[in-house]
Design a protein around this ligand. Structure first.
Ligand code: FAD
Length: 376
């Protein structure tokens, strides 16, 4: 069993599923193991991250679970470079920079991240604690869980190929159909075909080209949404004969499932089969409420009702902050989630440290808080 071991180390080895690895990428705790902590935070968007800070000031440790392979939620996944204008005291800040700043702010509290894992099951244990199970077999127990799942889990849009699920690959072999790259090295020496025209497709084309046996990019038109410098690099690789570009539609898969042998495309030369070991399809992401719907909570139009004193749900020990919660007057703004995280932390303290009295303190004047923050 593991407890709150710090994993806030930069991970430069494996680029993410979405974009070129950004500074602030973090390492994830090993999957498939059991962990015990004070609070489980499901969702590492801006509100889940700030929740770590508010808990940390009260000596409460946290583990964060997120289906994405990087922190930041909507800010880093949907609008990393867009400016946000309504974060207090930041007249302008991008989604990525806000996330980087939050990561810096919570670093003194050494949160443990479980990235690339979806929280799928929640059960009360005989000792009253909660156990969250992930789709990677990780289990985490804690007296409190805070759901900071935003609009829900990001899930890949799959190419419209009947029966594609039967070809979905596994991380170990690097063979089959994938919608994200969890382990770059799995594709070393493989014949990789990448489908899509956005940042993820282009980033992975460039990142896998040096290690794959061959790389091909399939896109339905010769026009890409990805960053222009990535498109230019890809075109240079094509010109150098280092990879192939196919302007075509994907029509089907070849091989007997689960063994993928190629992809059927329809392009200017008609239908042909491109042999490959792995198809990486980057057709974008959709947000679905996902497993939270099965957690036994009362829902209000797919949102979790909470009280506005503690941001606790109808089930004691389960809290909800950020876009996922509902109460009269709720505004789905980052600053609302920050406020909710501060009040939730006060209530969580009673569960985690029932024997300790909670004293209200300012970070400006409390040497106790400043020591926790490592500034004294
Ligand atoms: C284009 C755009 C522009 C915006 N501009 C602004 C703005 O200017 N100002 C502003 O205040 N707000 C803005 N917002 C809204 C803001 O991004 C959200 O209010 C904010 O991201 C909510 O934060 P959150 O932490 O609650 O949720 P999210 O950011 O949605 O993060 C939730 C996280 O939970 C994870 N998750 C969900 N389910 C599971 C599960 N079962 N297991 C594991 N992980 C799970 C998700 O993968 C996600 O990373 C904007 C939103 C968009 C899309």
């Amino acid at each position: 069993m593991h407890d709150g071991v710090s994993t806030l180390a930069p991970d430069t080895a494996s680029p993410g599923a979405g974009h070129v690895p950004a500074p602030g990428r973090v390492a994830s705790a090993p999957a498939g193991e059991h962990y015990s902590t004070d609070v489980i935070i499901m969702g590492a968007g801006p509100c889940g991250l700030f929740q770590v800070f508010e808990l940390g000031l009260l000596d409460i440790k946290a583990h964060l679970v997120d289906i994405l392979d990087r922190p930041g939620g909507q800010c880093t996944e949907l609008y990393p470079e867009k400016p946000i204008y309504d974060i207090p005291a930041w007249p302008i800040i991008s989604g990525q920079e806000l996330t980087d700043r939050l990561m810096e702010q919570i670093a003194p509290f050494n949160p443990v991240f479980h990235l690339g894992e979806m929280g799928t099951g929640l059960a009360r244990q005989p000792d009253g604690k909660w156990m969250l199970t992930t789709d990677h077999g990780t289990t985490i127990t804690a007296p409190v869980i805070i759901i900071a799942a935003g609009g829900g889990s990001f899930q890949p849009k799959k190419p419209p190929i009947p029966g594609i699920e039967a070809y979905e690959g596994d991380v170990v072999t690097g063979e089959g159909v994938f919608y994200a790259v969890r382990k770059r090295d799995a594709f070393r020496g493989k014949r990789v075909l990448i489908a899509g025209g956005g940042d993820s497709a282009l980033d992975w084309t460039l990142n896998l080209q040096p290690i794959a046996r061959s790389v091909g990019l399939v896109h339905r038109r010769d026009d890409f949404r990805a960053a222009p410098h990535s498109v230019a690099q890809m075109r240079q690789l094509v010109a150098d004969g280092a990879m192939n570009l196919h302007i075509a539609q994907i029509k089907g898969l070849a091989g007997t499932a689960p063994r993928l042998e190629g992809v059927v495309i329809d392009g200017p030369n008609g239908e042909e089969i491109l042999p490959c070991d792995a198809l990486l399809a980057f057709y974008g992401l959709t947000m679905k409420l996902g497993p939270v719907a099965e957690f036994g909570l009362n829902l209000h139009e797919n949102l979790i009702p909470v009280d506005t004193e503690k941001f606790e749900t109808s089930i004691p020990g389960i809290f909800a902050v950020g876009d996922i919660n509902y109460y009269p007057g709720k505004l789905k703004l980052i600053l609302s989630g920050f406020h909710e995280a501060a009040l939730a932390a006060q209530a969580v303290h009673r569960y985690v440290h029932p024997d300790r009295k909670l004293r209200f303190q300012y970070t400006t004047s409390s040497t106790d808080l400043q020591k926790k923050l490592g500034v004294k």
